[in-house]
Every structure is written in structure tokens, then in C-alpha cells.
Design a protein around this ligand. Structure first.
Ligand code: ADP
Ligand code: MG
Length: 243
């Protein structure tokens, strides 16, 4: 399991995250919600060392990293090998076909044999509903299709966790839906995920747990049902503003 304890992150003296202590259970989907600028992306990026918090403990199973100490590249690489980040903007390789995009990581990073990587990629494209797009290039895909390829590409690495930062915020509603369906399917297969989203209906469907952040503080950390049934006026206001 991934856990952070007393994590603090500032930008130019401004507190982006203050004393964050959260567990992200394995085999579950944790959804991070909160207003714009509340620190959601900073928290997610800290879990992948794209941001460097000033202090706190980052625990990944039995590995405990003191964030206030210098962190070796070896440690950062080992965390990144165990996790995959899916961004809002897909980041597919434009010069590679869809199939090659999905095969590339396993072959280059994990030294998987080409035939095995290709078969796995074909299977994963089927899983995200894009088997027939294997040979096209990313520029020929819709945003929803591109994001599904990005998800297939991350799954191809068999990460322990997938981090997704507003994976559908660039998409029109009907394209959003096809991506959310894929994520719901993956969640039902117990892929450990941490998802930042503004889509409350999706959050309610997919989340095992919800973390609500406001102004760099955790205001709620618990079950999804209790979050959507809360009496906390601040959270109620947030949910109704988002839906
Ligand atoms: P969210 O993802 O919830 O919208 P962010 O994590 O992006 O919020 O940002 C949290 C706070 O940190 C905001 O006040 C934002 O302006 C600030 N911030 C984020 N990234 C940077 C950065 N690279 N430099 C300076 N300030 C930043
Ligand atoms: Mg963000």
C-alpha cells in the first residue's frame, strides 16, 4: 500500500499541501476531489516524485522514504517502475502506431520479447475497445480514443498503481463516457488506482475511498458512501456545486 504521513509541500513560501496523511489502499480506487488549486495534482505528482515535498514520510509497502532527506535516483526510479501516471493530455508517441505505443514500454523498459509484447498489446487494445485502431497513428484518434490508448499503455507495464490526473477533463461528455467506462472496468478488476476527477457521478461509482482536499488540507478521508451522504456543509456545498 502507498501511504503518506505529515507531507508538506510549498511553492515559493506558499503552502500547497499541509500535513497530509493519507492511505491509498492496494486493489482499490482512491478518488481525490476538491476545488481548483486545492493541491490535488501536487499530491498525485508527489507520489511519483514529479514534485518534491519538503517533508513527510512516503511509504510504499515496506519501503519508507523520508521526504526531508535527499532521495536517490535509484529510489525515484524504483517508485516510478511500480507506478504509471496517465495525464490529461495523453502524451502518446506521435510517430508510433497505436499498437507500437502500447508495446514500447514493455519492450524498451522491461525487456519483454517483441512477440509477447505485441500479443499483450493486442489484448489490451481489445480491453479498451480499440482493437481495430491498432495500426493507426495517434493523430487519427479522437481524444477519448487517445486517452484509452494511454490507459492501455499504462496497463501494459503492469504497474502496482495507476495515477490519473483529471483523465477526462479535456474531453466532450460523450467521449468522456467511453473513457470512464474503461476505468470502471479496470477498477472492478482490482487494479490499484488513484484518480483526480471533477466528475462526481463517476467518483461515486468508481471510488472505494474519497479524499477531499481544500486549500492544501485533507477535509475528508473515508468511504465513498459516507462522503456523498455527509452532513458536513462545506462538502455538501462542494458536491452540489460540482453536479
Ligand atoms: P489542483 O490540482 O487541486 O487544481 P494544484 O496541485 O495544481 O491544485 O495546485 C495547488 C497550489 O499550488 C495552487 O495554489 C497552485 O497555484 C500552486 N502550484 C502548483 N504548481 C505550482 C508550481 N509549479 N509553481 C508554483 N505554484 C504552483
Ligand atoms: Mg490539478
Amino acid at each position: 500500500m502507498i501511504e503518506v504521513k505529515h507531507l508538506n509541500k510549498t511553492f515559493d513560501g506558499h503552502n500547497a499541501l499541509t500535513d497530509i496523511s493519507v492511505q491509498f489502499p492496494k486493489d482499490q480506487t482512491t478518488v481525490i476531489v476538491g476545488p481548483s488549486g486545492s493541491g490535488k495534482s501536487t499530491l498525485l505528482r508527489s507520489l511519483n516524485f514529479l514534485e518534491r515535498p519538503e517533508s513527510g514520510i512516503y511509504q510504499f509497502d515496506s519501503d519508507e522514504i523520508d521526504l526531508s532527506q535527499p532521495i536517490s535516483n535509484k529510489t525515484i526510479l524504483s517508485i516510478r517502475r511500480r507506478t504509471e501516471m496517465v495525464f490529461q493530455g495523453y502524451n502518446l508517441f506521435p510517430h508510433l502506431s497505436v499498437l507500437q505505443n502500447v508495446m514500447e514500454g514493455p519492450i524498451q523498459v522491461q525487456k519483454v520479447k517483441k512477440a509477447a509484447a505485441q500479443q499483450a498489446a493486442i489484448d489490451l487494445l481489445g480491453k479498451v475497445g480499440l482493437a481495430e485502431k491498432a495500426s493507426v497513428y495517434p493523430s487519427q484518434l479522437s481524444g477519448g480514443q487517445a486517452q484509452r490508448v494511454a490507459i492501455a499503455r499504462s496497463l501494459a507495464m503492469h504497474p502496482e498503481y495507476i495515477f490519473l490526473d483529471e483523465p477526462t477533463s479535456a474531453l466532450d461528455p460523450e467521449l468522456e463516457l467511453e473513457v470512464l467506462k474503461v476505468l470502471l472496468q479496470i477498477a472492478s478488476e482490482k487494479q490499484s488506482m488513484i484518480i483526480v476527477t471533477h466528475n462526481m457521478a463517476f467518483a461515486q461509482q468508481v471510488a472505494n475511498k474519497i479524499v477531499f482536499i481544500e486549500d492544501g488540507h485533507v477535509l475528508y478521508d473515508g468511504g465513498s458512501d459516507a462522503f456523498f451522504e455527509t452532513d458536513n456543509q462545506r462538502i455538501k456545498d462542494f458536491i452540489s456545486a460540482m453536479t
